[in-house]
Design a protein around this ligand. Structure first.
Ligand code: KIV
Length: 272
């Protein structure tokens, strides 16, 4: 008997713009591996971000800077194999696009060819404008990222809220307009005042997706391991935890250790 493959309506960059037009909020989460991506996609998420936060979450680095293009491609290809419906956006990692537009394009092409991702995300405003344009000219959709841009953490010095001062807020608004004009299909705004984020979302026709940017934007993104409570040292105000997996997993593993030691596991039904 053959089983008919279930038909899914895939999310595209155009679907996201349409969602903004009809006032439907966009849901986005990170994922870095096949098993998690399968669950996230099956639960109905619109966008999966293969974020360079994999550098922190998967590899245990202090910042996002160490992750390489090869490592991002590995994570992204694992995610792409899992999905039926979600749009997969892949971060261009630090050092793969900052030096010149040709290198940026080469990096973006490698991501699209070798991982099968659907779009790339890049941090920064006018300083990366030429690279964004070159990537877009090759037919690769680009998501922008403004506000707290973790690849510049050593320039900022801290992970505190960005664009509280008028000068930086003005620059951010100009950058958002530039990203829209250049042809980006969406913008992530990270850790900026909610009123500023709303103003930006209202000033552009492309979707603005916030993390720590309030409710006046067109969608929300969180790091999957944070919202599931697998990480527990990171507690910013914007993070809502939907589970406490750190505790649940610790208890389950502790129980397994006890069961093995006490010879409770495996029992008669759990062997051949
Ligand atoms: O890498 C990442 O997870 C991100 C999100 C925080 C937006 O860029």
């Amino acid at each position: 008997m053959s089983v008919a493959k279930k038909e899914y309506k895939r999310i595209t960059v155009k679907s996201l713009v349409d969602m903004k037009s009809r006032g439907e909020k966009i849901s986005m989460l990170t994922a870095y591996d096949y098993t998690m991506a399968k669950i996230v996609d099956g639960a109905g998420i619109d966008v999966i971000l293969v974020g360079d936060s994999a550098s922190n979450v998967m590899a245990g680095h202090e910042t996002t800077l160490p992750i390489t293009l090869d490592q991002m491609i590995y994570h992204a290809s694992s995610v792409v194999r899992a999905i039926d419906r979600s749009l997969v956006v892949v971060d261009l990692p630090f050092g793969s696009y900052q030096s010149d537009p040709k290198e940026a394009l080469r990096s973006a092409i490698r991501i699209m060819k070798e991982s099968g991702g659907h779009a790339v995300k890049m941090e920064g405003g006018k300083e990366v404008k030429d690279s964004i344009k070159r990537i877009l000219n090759a037919g690769i959709p680009v998501m922008g990222h403004l506000g707290l841009t973790p690849q510049s953490i050593y320039k900022f010095g801290t992970y505190t809220v960005r664009a509280k001062e008028e000068e930086e807020a003005k620059r951010l608004k100009e950058d958002a307009l530039m990203l829209e004009k250049a042809g980006c299909f969406a913008i992530v705004l990270e850790k900026i005042p909610a009123t500023l984020a709303q103003e930006v979302a209202e000033s552009v026709s492309i979707p603005v997706i916030g993390i720590g940017a309030g409710s006046g934007v067109d969608g929300q993104v969180l790091v999957l391991h944070d919202m599931l409570g697998m990480t527990h040292e990171f507690n910013p105000r914007f993070l809502r935890r939907y589970m406490n997996l750190y505790e649940d997993m610790t208890n389950a593993i502790g129980q397994y250790v006890d069961d093995v030691k006490s010879e409770d596991f495996p029992n008669d039904e759990e062997q051949y």
